[in-house]
Design a protein around this ligand. Structure first.
Ligand SMILES: CC1=C(CCC(=O)O)c2cc3nc(cc4[nH]c(cc5[nH]c(cc1n2)c(C)c5CCC(=O)O)c(CCC(=O)O)c4C)C(CCC(=O)O)=C3C
Ligand SMILES: [Fe+2]
Length: 375
């Protein structure tokens, strides 16, 4: 007999992610899935395809997600939580719709969803909610039961997400050449998005001037800088910069790019840089190519020592944070008041995205928000 208990009202957790190719033949169809209807220039697609081929056509993101699934299952079992964990993706197998079919076949009707994106934005939040709505509509059309899906709140400021990144930055600083550490800069990086998408990210009251997307990243950067000061006694100079821009050149995206930033820092006589990819949950292609390959080559060309700090990945503290987020939401759904753990200045993010949160260019139904067509 096991004494594991399901965290009512939830009967399962769904890890919802981006997906990535698993071999050379997958690369082109994967990119077609990602960019369908998104107006990415042909040139950019060829370039990004090359990044994947450089790594044998295998995106690191799937191995990262499998490791996170293992960490979640271990954490839940160790803490008496009987919550089966499933995995579904937006752009590659296992596809979200197939996973949801499997989940309802296994009897699940009330599903907590963890997206592998910690911040507000159309790409990191509403697009996943649209994917959920599309998949639920397919199930409905097939006459299958439609489960209720609740997306867990953004966890950018949860200590289980921030603390591992602090340790990563400390480790990278320690690896810098002794003489270059004094005066080193911290470059916090995240995915560039169109300025218009940043300005309308988050709830309406956060819109304007980079929106919730930029504000949340700045909050995390400050938390890390403060924690590093507590450990080392040094306030390292820092800046939030961007990477992985796509889209047409005439459309403004968030800047500066990490490579331009490295050049500017070098020009200003900065002796070393730690690149901290706070915008990403794991070491996927944007981290392995855009930082570890491209930006690192740029730094070598400049003769600028750089280190790239670790992402959270499958850190057990992150798995524990996910458990806390599930239990917190479960209690909230049952009408209990519960502590909502968050560091920094912004406070815990909303459970339910309000109407007008991270609007899309074209209005599409989105699940797990105040404007969801599903109960
Ligand atoms: C904010 C954000 C995140 C972070 C939040 C989150 O994690 O969700 C993220 C993650 C990811 N992005 C990824 C891959 C790609 N993103 C692309 C394109 C785009 N991303 C955008 C934004 C974001 N993307 C945007 C505004 C576009 C333009 C097209 C559009 O408006 O949608 C393209 C097309 C080619 C290109 O132009 O680069 C690819 C291949 C992978 C998988 C990597 C792997 O395989 O390891 C991951 C985790
Ligand atoms: Fe992306």
């Amino acid at each position: 007999m096991s004494d594991l208990r399901a965290p009512a009202p939830y009967d399962a957790l769904l890890l919802l992610s981006f997906g990535g190719p698993e071999g050379p033949d997958d690369v082109v169809p994967f990119l077609a899935n990602v960019t369908r209807g998104r107006g990415i220039p042909e040139e950019r697609l060829k370039e990004v395809g090359k990044h994947y081929f450089l790594f044998g056509g295998v995106s690191p993101i799937n191995a990262q997600n499998r490791a996170l699934l293992d960490a979640l299952r271990k954490d839940f079992a160790d803490h008496g939580l009987d919550l089966p964990v499933y995995w579904g993706n937006r752009n590659w197998a296992p596809y979200l719709t197939d996973t949801l079919r499997e989940m309802v076949a296994d009897g699940h009707r009330r599903i907590a969803v963890l997206a592998t994106s910690a911040y507000a934005s159309y790409s990191g939040c509403r697009q996943y909610r649209e994917n959920l709505a599309e998949s639920l509509a397919v199930l409905e059309a097939e006459g299958l039961p439609v489960p209720r899906v609740d997306k867990l709140r953004h966890y950018f400021n949860h200590p289980g997400f921030v603390r591992p990144m602090v340790d990563g930055v400390l480790a990278s600083l320690a690896e810098l050449p002794e003489g270059a550490r004094v005066g080193a800069h911290l470059a916090f990086t995240t995915h560039s998005i169109p300025v218009s998408a940043a300005d309308t990210s988050g709830a309406e009251e956060a819109h304007g001037d980079g929106g919730a997307y930029v504000a949340e990243h700045l909050d995390v950067a400050r938390m890390i800088v403060d924690a590093v000061r507590e450990e080392t006694g040094v306030t390292y100079p820092w800046q939030l910069v961007y990477q992985s821009r796509s889209g047409a050149p005439h459309i403004p995206w968030l800047e500066p790019d990490i490579c331009d930033h490295l050049e500017a820092l070098h020009g200003a006589g900065v002796p070393a840089v730690v690149m901290a990819p706070i915008g990403f949950v794991s070491d996927h292609m944007e981290v392995l190519y855009d930082l570890d390959t491209e930006a690192t080559a740029k730094a070598a060309e400049l003769g600028l020592p750089v280190r790239r700090s670790a992402t959270v990945g499958a850190d057990p503290r992150f798995a524990a944070a996910v458990r806390e987020l599930v239990l917190e939401r479960a209690a909230t759904e049952l009408g209990r008041t519960v502590e909502r753990c968050a560091l920094g200045a912004l406070g815990p993010s909303h459970d339910l995205c309000p109407v007008g949160c991270c609007p899309a260019r074209a209005l599409k139904p989105a699940a797990a928000g105040a404007d969801s067509p599903f109960a």
